[in-house]
Design a binder for this molecule. Structure first.
Ligand code: ADP
Ligand code: ZN
Length: 720
């Protein structure tokens, strides 16, 4: 008789599945999280159905026993199936997907105590300004030294000094303190007829049921899917709400709390390890009734998931561009399928892919055609920059400036949208024409005047702006070309010196606390004019914001990306959707050099269906997604010749397959990124072709130098 054994997938992507002996008395079933010895190391792994992961049989005599079990619930079958599907579809190691299921080492440790600190009434004998600041900010607060240091904005050392001086005292707390429970009846809104009908549909959904909640900006989509969450709460099931960006969570958390009486369980990359541990364990135990998170929340082991909501489902940031290159919107639908639950995709500007699924009957659509409480959609007007140009060296047309002045006089808020961080996208020498390029990337250095730096937006490389040109040595010869938000802010300051302005980009809103501060200032009317990037295009609801100016509507159309027109349309619709959300109507002005371009014309005419129909027809014609498939193979290494040689070898090995075309290799548009040379092969295939299978076979038969990286991006969204 053979020994009891199990197959294990470890979290180490370099290892295939391994077999272990199950010691007597240990209970292991598929999904059990185990500790597996490998050489001198102990690896975390998950027991798996051996028949689903073919691997070489190891003789009983070579089998090592498992070292132990991790005291968490087993990874349930639907999540194991999702992990397999994700690994297969995105051509990634199963271990890499498991790392997203078990992303917190701290979470796997047994229950334990945590030391936190709180202020006492003792005033230390020596009172430095930093100590004073800490004492003032920490009154009534409690947390770990790290957490308190963040709140007080002082170093850990200052706080440790305060502990010694008796001004802070230690308290022992359970690491897994109970979470507050959202109350479905805390503050139920009165829904409009349309909203009620939509909410009823969501609430009645059972089993796998993908639903597009398609409502114009300000129609109350959030209030509507909150009713579905309330229903899940009443049924004792967990909900996952996916949001595109951390910055968005802050206003969202406030709204959630207003509706359900307490904040939800939050999951994002900004969590400290103790918070991750707590959030993960609450998810795995079923205690976390509602989790709100960025895309990585999708793979967590919910004990009892009953509903998934993908908010702002059109957002490109749901696509993960590193590691497992998955699209969280698409994987959310797959997860709902494996869990056999409804999934709601909420957006005012559905992606063509999503619309197509509705068209062919795979998804249902629930529409909210009008804004809540009689608020009207804003009027959109084009400003033709060839007819109505700004003065030389300026970027705001006279018409827009006059409208902004009128808005200021009326005490209403305005928003200028330009999707470009920094002061200027390009700096050059007036004398010799030298352009400042990143040493690691095929990209210009962007001037950030507020930080007094030149920065690369691809790799993060920064330099102080040089006093003279490094090429010709001429002093004071550098000129900024083109505008970024900081430059627009300068122009606004010159035009409206009395106006209070705020720049909103990832440089200024880099934490949930900063986002909260911005929202608060807008709400109390402490800001007249906002200048922002795509960060301000979504989610926010400011009733007194009545004017939106799109500084450069042509910007997003450059670059020849498959989705450029669609993305521009979505972005401008979303930013326009910030205007006139209260009882005052909104006006939107779109600066363009080509008012007759289809995107602009459709926006002005309010003809979303026409635009989508034309885009869809163009995609169908070219057999582009969703009517065909794309996959990008990116070959990169630090050695240019090696990269090229490997790419050529892979290109030559491309199989001839009916319904598949292979383009390249060619240098990727970002031919160098973070010091690595990049070549790209683009695969275009018919919808019906299992392109992953073809690529698996194709690449599986080849090898390359260890320092060369070959990654496959299935359904790519970035064509750089
Ligand atoms: P969307 O997500 O569709 O842009 P929101 O859900 O943000 O719209 O709703 C817009 C605004 O209207 C929000 O401030 C929201 O609280 C308010 N609102 C929507 N529906 C209702 C309702 N039935 N009762 C009260 N306020 C509502
Ligand atoms: Zn760079």
């Amino acid at each position: 008789m053979s020994l009891p054994r199990t197959r294990v997938v470890t979290l180490n992507a370099a290892l295939g599945p391994l077999d272990y002996r199950v010691p007597a008395g240990m209970r292991v079933e598929p999904g059990t999280v185990v500790i597996a010895p490998l050489g001198p190391r102990q690896l975390i792994g998950v027991a798996w159905e051996a028949e689903r992961l073919p691997s070489e049989e190891v003789g009983d005599n070579r089998l090592r026993p498992l070292a132990g079990l991790v005291d968490v619930a087993p990874i349930a079958a639907p999540l194991r199936r999702l992990a397999e599907w994700t690994a297969d579809y995105y051509l990634s190691p199963l271990a890499s997907v498991l790392r997203m299921i078990l992303p917190s080492a701290a979470a796997l440790e047994g229950s334990r105590q945590l030391t936190e600190y709180r202020a006492t009434n003792t005033v230390p004998a020596r009172l430095t300004p930093q100590r004073e600041q800490a004492i003032a900010r920490l009154a009534g607060r409690q947390g770990t030294i790290r957490e308190l240091a963040d709140i007080a904005e002082v170093s850990d050392t200052v706080l440790r000094g305060l502990v010694t001086a008796g001004a802070l005292e230690a308290v022992q707390v359970e690491a897994d303190r109970p979470l507050p429970a959202p109350d479905p009846d805390f503050a139920q809104p009165i829904l409009s007829t349309d909203q009620q009908r939509a909410a009823d549909t969501l609430v009645a959904a059972t089993g796998f049921d993908p639903i597009l909640l398609d409502g114009v900006t300000g129609s109350g989509k959030t209030e509507v899917y909150f009713e579905a969450i309330a229903a899940a709460l009443r049924a004792g099931r967990q909900t996952l709400v996916l949001l595109p960006e951390i910055a968005l969570t802050e206003p969202f958390l406030k709204r959630f709390e207003a509706r359900f009486g307490c904040p939800p369980n939050a999951w994002h990359s900004g969590l400290r390890s103790s918070q991750r541990r707590r959030a993960w364990r609450a998810i795995a135990s079923g205690e976390a009734a509602v989790t709100v998170g960025a895309r990585s929340a999708l793979f967590l082991p919910y004990a009892n998931l009953g509903l998934i909501v993908v908010d702002e489902a059109h957002e490109p940031s749901f696509k993960q561009e590193e590691g497992v290159q998955y699209h969280a919107r698409d994987v959310a639908v797959m997860r709902a399928r494996f869990e056999d639950i409804p999934v709601v995709l909420s957006t005012a500007t559905p992606a063509i892919e999503t619309r197509h699924m509705v068209e062919i009957g795979r998804y249902r659509e629930v529409a909210l055609p009008s804004r809540f409480a009689g608020a009207t959609l804003p009027s959109i007007t084009a400003i033709d920059l060839t007819q109505d140009p700004p003065p030389r060296g300026r970027w705001l047309a006279p018409t827009l400036v006059a409208e902004m002045q009128a808005n200021l006089d009326a005490g209403e808020q305005s928003l200028l949208f330009l999707n470009r961080r920094g002061f200027a996208p390009l700096t050059l020498c007036r004398h010799c024409g030298h352009r400042f390029q990143c040493p690691n990337c095929t990209a210009w250095m962007v001037e950030h005047r507020l930080m007094h730096r030149l920065a690369c937006h691809h790799c993060g490389h920064v330099e102080p702006p040089p006093l003279k040109c490094p090429e010709c040595g001429e002093e004071d010869s550098l000129v900024a070309c083109g505008p970024g938000v900081e430059r627009i802010a300068d122009e606004v300051a010159a035009l409206f010196p009395e106006a209070r302005t705020a720049i909103v980009t990832s440089d200024t809103i880099w934490s949930p606390a900063k986002a909260a501060e911005f929202v608060e200032q807008m709400e109390v009317g402490a800001i007249d004019i906002v200048i922002g990037t795509q960060l301000v295009t979504k989610g926010y609801h400011f009733p007194n914001l009545t004017l939106v100016g799109v500084v450069d509507a042509d910007l997003g159309l450059q670059g020849g990306d498959l989705r450029a027109a669609e993305r521009s349309f979505q972005q401008i619709s979303q930013v326009a959707g910030r205007a006139g959300r209260g009882d005052k109507p909104g006006r939107v002005f779109v600066q363009t050099h080509d008012p007759s371009a289809p995107v602009i014309a459709a926006l002005i005419a309010g003809d979303a269906p026409g635009f989508i129909a034309a885009e869809t027809a163009a995609r169908r014609e070219a057999a582009m997604p969703p009517f065909g498939r794309l996959a990008a193979i990116i070959i990169s290494s630090e050695d240019a010749a090696e990269t090229e040689a490997t790419a050529r070898r892979i290109g030559r090995a491309a199989p001839m397959v009916e319904g598949m075309a292979v383009y390249g290799p060619a240098p990727a548009p970002l031919a160098m990124l973070r010091g690595r040379h990049r070549q790209r092969i683009l695969v275009h295939a018919a919808r019906a072709l299992d392109v992953q299978d073809v690529i698996r076979d194709w690449l599986g038969g080849l090898d390359w130098k260890p320092k060369t990286r070959v990654s496959v991006d299935v359904d790519p969204y970035s064509f750089l």
